[in-house]
Design a protein around this ligand. Structure first.
Ligand code: TYC
Length: 98
């Protein structure tokens, strides 16, 4: 029986922390204006940028809102989903490693 070795290191963390992109997914029900508002409110997008991203999601099925550390990405996802559910929209927002 081969046991995996325990590696002792004084330099446990090498390189930058992983980054996560926050992605919006398309659906047939969430109003376009609501998605634009979400992008402005939680991702600091201009009206023009927000419209561009919303249309990308609408046409291609998904679109990136931004790239963040794990904690920030997780918070953004929670905020978007909570805000969408509060208005009874099925908008989906996920995070994934870049
Ligand atoms: N497809 C939606 C509509 O036609 C708009 C939409 C865009 C929904 C982006 C979700 O992430 C989304 N009203």
């Amino acid at each position: 029986l081969q046991l995996s070795p325990v590696v002792e290191s004084h330099q446990a963390q090498v390189g930058p922390p992983p980054m996560y992109q926050v992605v919006l997914l398309n659906d047939d029900y969430t109003p376009m204006d609501f998605v634009i508002m979400i992008l402005q409110k939680f991702f600091a997008k201009t009206d023009e940028e927000a419209t561009h991203i919303m249309l990308r999601v609408h046409h291609e099925g998904r679109g990136t809102c931004g790239v963040f550390s794990r904690d920030i990405a997780s918070t953004k996802v929670s905020q978007v989903v909570r805000c969408a559910r509060a208005s009874q929209h099925p908008l989906q927002c996920i995070m994934e490693t870049v």
